[in-house]
Design a protein around this ligand. Structure first.
Ligand SMILES: Nc1ncnc2c1ncn2[C@@H]1O[C@H](COP(=O)(O)OP(=O)(O)O)[C@@H](O)[C@H]1O
Ligand SMILES: [Mg+2]
Length: 441
């Protein structure tokens, strides 16, 4: 509404034609769209896109009025009742109208009557701090608040809840990626080669970069493979779905394969998804005896991967801590774009992980170097476990001994001593060798 002819500039009263006001009719939509699109360029307070406003306009709860002059729609007020509260989302007046503020005020008046009739007992509105709507609202007795409008778009992928629910899928907290500390090498590879091309497919296509469709993460247990897969989903704002072939083990051979195929059908119906298959050795071990599922399931899974590769908004992430035992053909480049190691955390990574937990648990000055040194064979999961132990100890101390104060370095070191590390020198050596043999990035 910026750019509207100012009220004070109305010179010739006789040329001013008072618009008539009436409820919105679907045939007004074309003209309203023009009005909103012209307005798009100007900064608006409602934070809504034209599409979103069109949806609201057509919704059952919408209460909207237009101002019409000379057969032309020159203003529109958009409001929605929700129980006893009504929200006035926008009042837009054509830029070249005289007396904009006057029209805005009259539209408000009309809308308010209907909102009250529909049960609204409180009227709330979003308005730019410098726009005419704000003046019109003030003139009609609306009080200012110190609230700020905060908004965030929900990924389109969430809008398919039925299939998502059937698959046990969910949206992951967008902060998860940043909570993954250290592991900078693998993090950077995933950011640049996996997330970025998927998040910016047009730019990737311009440079002939093919976004990945399927990747494998390998490494000892507790090194963050599951968390990385979730982190990718959180960064892409795609739903995260875990498919567990081993869960099929109880079914008959043929049914196992059918169920798996059905799960993939549902996944591919979604607009987008990160699909995680943990412990993929259960279906892709070289030796039949090491597999938890029937060969028909393995074959079905292999058949499904090409379907995945055709789907631009689906990423398959497989994880394993037994990469050496996988069927060699399983990992071939035509199937998986990258095979990425998620290894034991080095000192830097341990420092980052410790710093995170320490800052959550205590405000005491903690000697992080000591903790880093004492946890050489710890995975991130082990560090998390011993950090929890230290917190529990400090909590018990305050409860039983009435000695207050949060966890200290001593308590952390004690908790570390009481935690059995998951890694061994041999496991680290094996991982190093596996990285040489299998990693592909
Ligand atoms: N790099 C990391 N930074 C912080 N926490 C981590 C990191 N990697 C793993 N964790 C934590 O360790 C635990 C185990 O990680 P997980 O992803 O389940 O490992 P994996 O799937 O490799 O066995 C999780 O609670 C996770 O939050
Ligand atoms: Mg895991």
């Amino acid at each position: 509404m910026t750019g509207c002819v100012a009220y004070s500039r109305v010179m010739n009263e006789t040329s001013y034609m008072t618009p008539t006001l009436r409820p919105y009719r679907p045939q007004d939509l074309g003209q309203i769209l023009d009005l909103w699109q012209r307005e798009e360029a100007a900064p608006r307070a409602d934070g809504l896109s034209v599409d979103q406003k069109v949806d609201l306009l057509g919704s059952e709860d919408s209460v909207s009025f237009v101002a019409q002059a000379d057969e032309r729609v020159v203003g529109v007020a958009l409001a929605v009742v929700s129980g006893v509260i009504a929200w006035i989302y926008s009042v837009s007046i054509d830029h070249d109208q005289d007396r904009c503020e006057d029209i805005a005020r009259r539209l408000l008046e009309e809308v308010e009557v209907v909102l009250a009739e529909k049960g609204a007992r409180k009227l709330a509105a979003t308005a730019a701090s410098d726009g005419i709507l704000r003046n019109a609202l003030k003139a009609r007795g609306y009080e200012e608040t110190k609230l700020e409008l905060m908004h965030r778009d929900v990924s389109a992928a969430v809008a398919t809840p039925a299939a998502l629910a059937e698959l046990g899928g969910r949206m992951i907290d967008p902060n998860l990626w940043d909570e993954l500390k250290g592991m900078d090498d693998v993090k950077e590879i995933i950011e640049r080669r996996v997330i970025l091309p998927l998040a910016e497919p047009d730019l990737a296509a311009r440079h002939s970069v093919s976004p990945p469709r399927a990747i494998v993460l390998f490494g000892p247990p507790g090194t963050g493979k599951t968390t990385f897969a979730k982190g990718i989903a959180s960064r892409l704002e795609w739903p995260f779905i875990e498919v567990q072939p081993a869960e099929l083990a109880g079914e008959g051979a043929e049914r196992q394969a059918k169920l798996l195929a059905h799960a993939f059908d549902l996944v591919l119906e979604l607009e987008a998804a990160v699909v995680f298959v943990d412990e993929v050795e259960d279906l892709a071990s070289e030796r039949d005896a090491d597999r938890k599922v029937n060969t028909s399931v393995t074959n079905e899974f292999l058949k499904q991967i090409p379907r995945f590769r055709e789907a631009p908004h689906h990423l398959l992430v497989c994880a394993t801590n037994a990469i050496g035992g996988l069927d060699g053909a399983f990992l071939r480049p035509g199937r998986f774009d990258y095979v990425l190691p998620a290894g034991p955390p080095d000192a830097e990574a341990r420092r980052a992980i410790w710093t995170r937990y320490v800052s959550e648990i205590t405000d005491e000055d903690i000697d992080i170097d000591l903790l880093v040194e004492a946890t050489e064979l710890f995975t991130p999961a082990d560090i998390e476990f011993s950090a929890d132990k230290a917190a529990q100890r400090a909590f018990e101390r305050e409860h039983f001994d009435e000695s207050s104060g949060r966890a200290t370095t001593r308590e952390f070191l004690f908790a570390i001593k009481r935690t059995r590390p998951s890694l061994t020198e041999e496991a680290i050596e094996t991982f190093r060798k596996e990285t040489k043999t299998f990693a592909r990035d």
